[in-house]
Design a protein. Structure first.
Length: 436
């Protein structure tokens, strides 16, 4: 309902002078259809006023807030002094029994206010006691001026009758008598009920039809509503989920999304990230304080010391297939380290702590070099310069037509569920083939 309510449009648009008769007649006709539908369901609305009439995106009106509505049995009556002062019918003020008559009195008050620009029994911002307002409703007669045509004046007078038995809509004709009034002679009720009639006012989708935040807040806070499992399953279909309204309000108040709403600089030009003439700016993560930076600054990494981005990541708790790129510079550095450690170039040693495993490693390069490494070990581990070694010889098969020296070598380790991946073993084997 982005169009706001009738109260805002009556008192804050067009200098608070109200509507012309065509616009007032259109809204009154749609309200009449809404009341007719509720009355056919034996529901008395009892709180008809401009604040409760909302305008939707297409300019049509909707009756909202059925908090005071009551169901009456067929042929029965209701009793209760409920409603808003100045819009309650005399029978409600006097706390007598009634049926649907208070709703037609409220319609007369709304039509009067839409044309006149003020309520029939209380001027806007008038400081007056409620008892005086109730006295005016029961005793005083409303005043009319040049804004009312003869038909609109008679229509309001018929709805604002003090005696409910003489009021329009309360006789045997019921709502049909209201629809057949001369003021509605130009209304096509079939097309109007089908939603085919064009509204006299189309709300701007980019405008906010509210005087202040408090007018919006009363529609943004829901009390006494509990979501059950069926509701939760329904809201899961949406990206936002079932986010509570207090949490949404907190997100708006904290301004955590302000960084996403920065479009222009102080000089009026677009920010660099949105300016097509400016290359993207490299963000510095050390001083980024945006919402998403704070939210995702903690990355999920395995426990232990920091991981070097140039080294492959091996998760011993959950072995997976790993693909990493090894350059010739890495091979050279590995050879130097092996030579310093005093290991034999013809035989590389590795072992595992009472683990029996079998690994098949395939090293392929872009120059069609293929190295197949088959290892099997049941020895005890010894660690030397962070390299796992063994006394079991390694069988290496290469293609003699190609050299191992390549600009890029891809390394893939295939692990079973119970195998422990050892990249160092394969790396040592690759270094061993180099020394040969």
């Amino acid at each position: 309902m982005n169009g706001g309510d009738l109260k805002f449009h009556i008192h804050n648009m067009n200098n608070g002078s109200g509507f012309n008769e065509n616009r007032a007649r259109f809204y009154a006709a749609e309200i009449t259809l809404g009341l007719q539908h509720m009355h056919t369901q034996n529901i008395v609305y009892r709180d008809l006023k401009p604040e409760n009439i909302l305008i939707d995106d297409q300019g049509h009106v909707r009756i909202s807030d059925l908090g005071l509505a009551v169901y009456i049995e067929p042929g029965g009556t209701a009793k209760g002094r409920v409603g808003t002062a100045g819009y309650m019918a005399p029978e409600v003020v006097m706390n007598t029994r009634y049926t649907f008559s208070p709703d037609w009195f409220g319609l007369g008050c709304i039509v009067y206010e839409m044309i006149m620009g003020q309520a029939p029994f209380r001027r806007r911002k008038e400081r007056i006691r409620r008892e005086e307002v109730d006295r005016r409703v029961c005793e005083d007669t409303e005043e009319y001026n040049y804004k009312f045509s003869d038909n609109s004046k008679r229509f309001c007078q018929s709805l604002l009758q003090k005696d409910p038995h003489c009021r329009l809509g309360c006789d045997d004709a019921g709502p049909e008598g209201v629809k057949h009034h001369n003021w509605f002679s130009c209304i096509n009720w079939v097309r109007l009920e089908a939603g085919l009639e064009d509204a006299p006012f189309l709300p701007d989708p980019h405008a906010v039809y509210a005087k202040d935040v408090l007018d919006i807040e009363q529609f943004s806070t829901i009390k006494g509503v509990t979501l059950d499992n069926k509701d939760m399953e329904f809201y899961k279909k949406f990206c936002s989920g079932a986010v509570s309204i207090p949490w949404q309000n907190e997100m708006l108040e904290t301004g955590c999304f302000d960084d996403l709403n920065e479009f222009y600089k102080s000089d009026g030009t677009l920010v660099d990230n949105l300016n097509p003439d400016t290359p993207p700016v490299q963000q510095n993560s050390t001083h980024s304080q945006s919402f998403f930076s704070r939210l995702f600054k903690r990355k999920h990494r395995p426990h232990g010391p920091p991981i070097d981005d140039n080294q492959p990541i091996i998760n011993n708790n959950n072995p997976v297939d790993i693909e990493e790129q090894i350059t010739t510079s890495g091979v050279s550095s590995g050879l130097e380290k092996l030579n310093k450690s005093g290991l034999s170039s013809a035989e590389t040693k590795f072992s595992s702590k009472e683990h029996s495993f079998k690994q098949e490693n395939i090293v392929k390069s872009d120059c069609l070099t293929s190295i197949s490494i088959n290892t099997q070990c049941t020895q005890n581990d010894i660690r030397n310069d962070d390299f796992l070694t063994t006394k079991t010889p390694i069988s290496i098969t290469t293609n003699s037509h190609y050299s191992v020296d390549s600009s890029a070598v891809s390394h893939k380790i295939i692990n079973s569920k119970h195998q422990r991946p050892h990249f160092c073993t394969c790396f040592s084997a690759l270094c061993c083939s180099r020394t040969k």
